[in-house]
Design a protein around this ligand. Structure first.
Ligand code: BG6
Length: 539
């Protein structure tokens, strides 16, 4: 028999994009809904300038610039593209480009650097010195952008990217408004703004910031980033739920016993002690990443695959989570802080010994919470959420634990069948696992759980893009689906703020540190779920 030719490896969307001809000099007009047009896979953004505030900072070097370079390298940026880096420190264009090149060598997900692509890309990087609170800097910025439109063909399209300290957001936005850089004059190009997290530090400050943003930009121009929404596996959650017929009918309180969502990190606070002291795990991860994952798991199917339809459904989920009273916070939320310990065979210091951290700090580096989504689909199904630093490993997972079978047919077997489990591994080792019971081969009746396991690595022979590549490209294309809307951010703060307030109001400080680095968090977190007769999944 002649051997069959090997089957073509399934191609991902991005691979198909890569197979496209090189840069098109397009200014393709869209009807405003690229997803419905079916054009999304084919499109390269319009010619444009991306103005990066905080260009000399850590986020720009680690994430934003590597993502832009990668988009350029894979022909997903327009030929007429300019990265206008706005920062306080003085640099020549060349000195700044050299610094970014060094950052790429460290942070680019694809190595080695494609020097030819870098050369082309770096010609499009321009450094502009300026102070965030200096009106003259913005007059100069506006003039520079006009010049670039003429000289580099950027067509009046501008994406402002706020990668600065959050304390600078309101000032920059107001200054942009003052010089009219927000104005979309018909036919003269679009104006959009990306705002990094954290968006506010409680409900009141988020409302205030939304108000400041709203004085200058319209909501359709605003892209609030939660980078978890750009992760490949998180985007796949929508396809998994709504692109398959078999899961949705059982995705509710009749079949689901409970849901567990874990965002575990093995790293500590690294060099971000000062930031983290102000933030803590509840503001840093619970308010955004964990609640976003929860809303994607719990939302109803949207009527269209389009930004507002999606976000409407997520907002409804967040709105169905009741605000907790201080007594409920005491019962349903646990906070922790790591002490010294061992992680991955390395001895590590405790949080209070980290640089820039108060030796008596009461900031939480771990939080676990039990939430209920009080709607028709989920009434009575607990959602257990946990996140922490210096846990034994880095792992983000959504576990849907189904109920046991209603009738114990196999009660005489060696062991009862275990309830089914569906685990969505967001990172690392991305994939989806379904656990079900099976008879062990043999003459007796022995039942054991077995796994059906889909892994990205073996099914798709390509690397997933970084979340920032996905999100920046979407913002350049004008697709807000994976960005959070003003009301969504406020609803999420409406859940987290009462928790933080209850902690502040507590007279007795928590007995920190209360978990060892390298453990799965404080014993109270096990008690929280144990009281309901359940346990955290061992990941
Ligand atoms: C960020 C938090 O938003 O997310 C960090 O500020 C955290 O503290 C990070 O480490 C986790 O992101 P990822 O993509 O590494 O899971």
């Amino acid at each position: 028999m002649t051997p069959r030719p090997p089957r073509a490896v399934p191609r991902t969307i991005r691979e198909m994009r890569l197979a496209r001809p090189r840069h098109r000099h397009v200014g393709a007009k869209s009807s405003g809904n690229p997803l419905r047009e079916g054009l999304r896979l084919e499109r390269v953004p319009d010619p444009c300038a991306l103005v990066l505030f905080g260009a000399t900072g850590d986020l720009a070097h680690r994430k934003v610039v590597p993502a832009l370079y990668q988009l350029w390298r894979t022909h997903l940026l327009p030929h007429e593209f300019v990265l206008l880096a706005f920062g306080r420190r003085p640099y020549t264009d060349d000195a700044f480009r050299d610094e970014l090149h060094a950052a790429l060598v460290t942070y680019s997900r694809v190595q080695p650097i494609d020097e030819r692509a870098w050369r082309q890309f770096s010609e499009r990087i321009i450094y502009q010195r300026g102070d965030f609170d200096d009106p003259a800097s913005y007059d100069a910025l506006a003039a520079r952008l006009d010049t670039l439109d003429r000289e580099r063909g950027t067509s009046g399209n501008r994406l402002f990217y706020l990668a600065t300290q959050p304390s600078a957001f309101a000032e920059i936005i107001a200054q942009l408004g003052r010089v009219g850089l927000d104005h979309e004059v018909h036919g003269a190009g679009w104006r959009r703004i990306i705002i990094e997290k954290p968006f506010g530090r409680d409900l009141d400050s988020a409302i205030r910031l939304n108000r400041e943003v709203g004085k200058v930009f319209r909501e359709r121009q605003v892209y609030r980033i939660d980078h978890y929404l750009g992760k490949e596996t998180v985007r796949n959650l929508l396809v998994f739920r709504f692109g398959n017929g078999i899961f949705e009918p059982i995705w509710n309180r009749r079949y689901v016993d409970h849901v567990q969502i874990t965002v575990a990190e093995s790293i500590g606070v690294e060099n971000r002690g000062q930031f983290y002291e102000e933030t803590g795990a509840s503001r840093d991860v619970l308010q955004n990443h964990l609640l976003q994952l929860l809303s994607l798991v719990a939302m109803e199917p949207p009527t269209a695959f389009e930004a507002d339809a999606l976000r409407n459904e997520k907002v409804k989920v967040l709105g169905a989570i009741a605000e907790m009273s201080p007594a409920e916070v005491g019962r349903n939320v646990v906070r922790g802080q790591y002490g010294p310990g061992w992680v991955a065979a390395e001895e590590v210091r405790g949080y209070r010994q980290e640089p820039e951290v108060d030796p008596e700090s009461e900031t939480e580096t771990f939080v676990a919470a039990k939430l209920e989504v009080d709607d028709w689909r989920w009434a009575g199904v607990p959602f257990y959420l946990r996140t922490g630093k210096r846990l034994p490993k880095r792992a983000t997972e959504i576990a849907i634990q189904f109920k046991a079978v209603p009738h114990r047919l196999f009660r005489d077997a060696h062991s009862d069948p275990e309830p089914n489990l569906l685990a969505i591994r967001v990172q690392p080792d991305e994939g989806i696992l379904l656990r079900f019971s099976s008879k062990v081969p043999g003459l007796g009746l022995d039942i054991r759980p077995v796994n059906m396991d889909f892994t990205y690595g073996s099914s798709f022979n390509v690397d997933s893009p970084d979340a920032y590549e996905t999100l920046i490209l979407d913002a350049l294309l004008g697709d807000q689906s994976l960005f959070t809307r003003a009301d969504e951010v406020e609803k999420a703060w409406g859940i987290v703020t009462p928790i933080i307030d209850a902690w502040v109001a507590q007279r007795r400080p928590p007995p920190f540190p209360n978990y060892e680095a390298g453990s799965w968090g404080p014993a109270e977190a096990d008690e929280l779920i144990g009281r309901d007769g359940r346990r955290w999944r061992r990941i």
